[in-house]
Design a protein around this ligand. Sequence first.
Ligand code: NIG
Ligand code: FE
Length: 422
Amino acid sequence: MKATLVIENIKNLLTIRGKNRPRKGTQQGEAGLIENGIVAVNDDKIIYIGKGALPDGIEIDETTIVVNAEGKTVTPGLIDPHTHLVHGGSREHELPMKLAGKGYLEILAGGGGIHSTARATEKASFEDLYKKAEKSLNTMMSYGVTTVEAKSGYGIGSFETELKQIEVANKLNRDHPLDIISTFMGAHAVPEEYKGNSDLFVDKLIKEQIPYIAEKNLAKFCDVFCEEGVFSVDQSRRILNAAKINGLIPKVHADEIVSLGGAELAAEIGCISAEHLIGASNQGIEDMAEKGTIAVLLPGTSFNLQKGTLARARKMIEKNVAVAISTDYNPGSCPSENLQLMMTLASLTLKMQPEEVIVGVTINAAAALGIEDKVGSLEVGKKADIAIFDAPNLDYMIYHFGINHTDTVIKNGKIVYTRQGR
Ligand code: NIG
Ligand code: FE
């Protein structure tokens, strides 16, 4: 078979090979390293992966693109499974308030935070939102990311704005080289006019909005901010059950700031993943392990919230919960698109070993999006989504932090990013 693209002389090739399933326990620490590796691609698929030279039967000709990865590290394209990609405005004005001791939920309760982004998002035109999100996607791609999840949730009280956000994400999925997977997060904050009457808003979500999103096939997932003063566990249960009935896959922002029992709820509902989990209880972790709920941890958010509390990644891995890592890119709790930085934070703050981290941003992140059969590891037949890092090994990539190690990004078998001056 003819190779359209070959990456050769790879010092450290991290294949993440194994079953197309979330990796738990000790498997979370297995990165499938091949030293002096080689990968061959035909069109958008991997056709060979191994050591040394290409075997007979894989042909190259003058049209084959050959990339020399001498001294470099190659991984599956990174996957960012939790972002609030599409939004208007920014919230740097919250920084001095935060430094003066104002809490995230306090700012939100005062009509700021998510509400202020909702106002900016409502005001922004489709084109404004598209351009801003496109810029963020390009930044993500430059960090080695090839697939991104994008939540709505800034159309608080305006379903039209929710639809605008989702349509921007879906159009970017069609236009941009990266894959963008949409999540409906109509339950992100309680609209002003429903304050004190939030059950009525939940009714609206269940009876009108969720069925509309599902019927028009606008999103794959449905998420809820289950948090004190936002949506209660009972309300979240109603919303997520409605999502399931309508064919949307449930996810939940669980135990991010206050320990409410979000992890338990995620397991009870059969959510594909529970996100944040900073305050997840022992029972919640046990329940998630039993039900196979994936933990999507967001160490950039805990760093930025500066509350001194962290998700218990070690406990989760020990209990056989598959852990994924993500940016949570959003204008409030984590204004950063840099997944490489999150890898370092996962390692240093959550005490995850480098192999556990790379599994967390590849196959486990893919599993949190239900696409582990197509991406997230480098194996024959899988999509040729590949990142090449200018780092001699994985440990170096994580230890030498705060800079961008990306050399080349390949999406669907095509080079979509090359570091300038390479
Ligand atoms: O994951 N907590 C809810 N949603 C986001 C923050 C959104 C915002 O502050 O704009 C999060 O932390
Ligand atoms: Fe989030």
